[in-house]
Design a binder for this molecule. Structure first.
Ligand SMILES: Cc1cc2nc3c(=O)[nH]c(=O)nc-3n(C[C@H](O)[C@H](O)[C@H](O)COP(=O)(O)OP(=O)(O)OC[C@H]3O[C@@H](n4cnc5c(N)ncnc54)[C@H](O)[C@@H]3O)c2cc1C
Length: 412
């Protein structure tokens, strides 16, 4: 019987262990924490957005990095397979807005318990407090692992599913990158992603907690547009967050070191500049005897008015009927392109995922096996793959975990 060690009892590792055991392998799952799925527990604000029930084609569109590498994995274990898997584990699911799939109970613990039960049913041995320190290889082939305690455990194949670098308190401390490097693998630079962005503008503090719906956000570096989408944005004490910003972060965090990146916020995306100017003229007509600061109530949320006034430089106590066309043009420009300058990201401890990891060029996409070391497999976030929010990152973990586990068990 083939003996397989899976390192990491997170989403990808648990799935890999189950898939390998279902193919008849003797599987040992090593987890350094005292329980399984510590990160899984905090996913989806404790509700665990297990996957996305979209068409497979759309699933690929939501993968940001190395989409093509994931074709085999996502076809081997699709989002439908994932849903069926959880239903069969005794975790009924429901589909919410944007095709996001959650357990009916809204409890991520049910997902973990369902998987723990399946691990037991298929005969996987799970060891807790078992931190792998090193992989053992001989003549280009994996032969076992060494634990921090010094204990050596032999195996025929080993699956590295140690996760990325975000929320290190959950156990994802990047150990897999070290294992991979020692086996000759390239690990690309890693960046926090799906993460809030800090801005240089001190007015963020004034706007903390303000959520803006139906705005357009662009990210530009020099003349290059990196991101352009429409949705919801949230101001934090020192920056911006919310769905639009998290998505934007996936394409900006690795480019911050190349030069300044500006965010341009269009507060009135439904109106052209001309239409917005006419709208402002109508509002000004109604408020012509008021001061400028009292003429924007219909156009903007109260908290934003002071900041916008400051940005367009029109004296706040100016009579509305003496605001010039030129001043109005500046106001329109600010409303259609409020500039925010990115200082830095929220860092790994605020990031949902890690962008970067074990280079996929050295991993076989049809099996997840290393092209450099026989019997060595990778699954989940340790790989240089990442996706947007919506259940896609966990789907990557399930699919790569399943493919790595079943391949490791069946490869000759
Ligand atoms: C706050 C938050 C919310 C999220 N919400 C969602 C969501 O709703 N939907 C979604 O799709 N994605 C979500 N994600 C992303 C998702 O959680 C990850 O993409 C996914 O958990 C990656 O799975 P993984 O198995 O590769 O790694 P992990 O889940 O990080 O698991 C790695 C495991 O390996 C163990 N380990 C590490 N090193 C060693 C070692 N040396 N020896 C033994 N064990 C080791 C760790 O302790 C850990 O248990 C969220 C992430 C965060 C941080």
């Amino acid at each position: 019987m083939k003996s397989i060690i899976v390192i990491g009892g997170g989403a990808a590792g648990m799935m890999a262990a189950i898939a390998a055991a279902e193919q008849g392998a003797a599987v040992l799952l090593l987890e350094k924490n005292e329980k399984l799925g510590k990160k899984l527990y905090i996913t989806g604000k404790g509700r665990c957005n297990v996957t996305n029930a979209c068409e497979l084609e759309d699933l690929f569109k939501n993968i940001v990095t190395n989409r093509r590498f994931l074709y085999s994995a996502l076809y081997s274990f699709t989002n439908e397979n994932a849903m069926e898997f959880f239903e069969n584990c005794g975790v009924p699911l429901k589909i919410e807005r944007g095709n996001r799939v959650f357990p009916v109970s809204d409890k991520s613990s049910d997902v973990i318990n369902g998987m723990a039960k399946r691990l037991k049913d298929v005969g996987v041995t799970v060891r807790f407090g078992a931190e792998v320190n090193k992989l053992c290889t001989e003549n280009g082939k994996v032969t076992g692992v060494v634990l921090r305690s010094g204990e050596e455990i032999a195996c025929d194949a080993c699956i590295v599913a140690t996760g990325g670098l975000s929320y290190t308190s959950t156990g994802s401390t990047g150990d897999g990158y070290t294992f991979a490097k020692l086996c000759g693998h390239t690990v690309t630079d890693c960046y926090p992603s799906l993460v809030a962005l800090k801005i240089t503008e001190p007015f963020a503090k004034e706007l903390e907690g303000l959520s803006l719906k139906k705005v357009r956000l662009r990210a530009v570096q020099g003349k290059k547009e990196l991101y352009n989408d429409f949705g919801e944005l949230l101001f934090t004490a020192d920056g911006v967050s919310g769905p639009l910003v998290l998505s934007a972060s996936t394409v900006v965090t690795d480019k911050l070191e190349n030069g300044e990146i500006k965010l341009l916020l269009d507060l009135k995306p439904a109106l052209s500049k001309e239409e917005l100017d006419s709208r402002i003229l109508r509002d000004f007509e109604e408020a012509k005897n008021k001061q400028f600061r009292n003429a924007l109530d219909k156009l903007l949320p109260q908290r934003l008015i002071r900041v916008i006034i400051g940005l367009c430089g029109i004296p706040e106590d100016k009579q509305v009927n003496s605001v010039t066309k030129q001043e109005r043009n500046v106001l329109v420009d600010v409303l259609k392109g409020m500039e925010l300058h990115i200082k830095k990201t929220g860092g790994f401890n605020e990031a949902v995922i890690t962008k970067g990891g074990v280079s996929v060029k050295e991993v076989n996409p049809s099996t997840m096996e290393s092209k450099l070391t026989e019997g060595l497999y990778f699954a989940g976030e340790v790989l240089d793959v990442d996706a947007l929010t919506g259940g896609y990152n966990l789907q990557i973990a399930w699919s790569t975990g399943y493919l790595a586990g079943s391949s490791a068990a069946t490869n000759e």
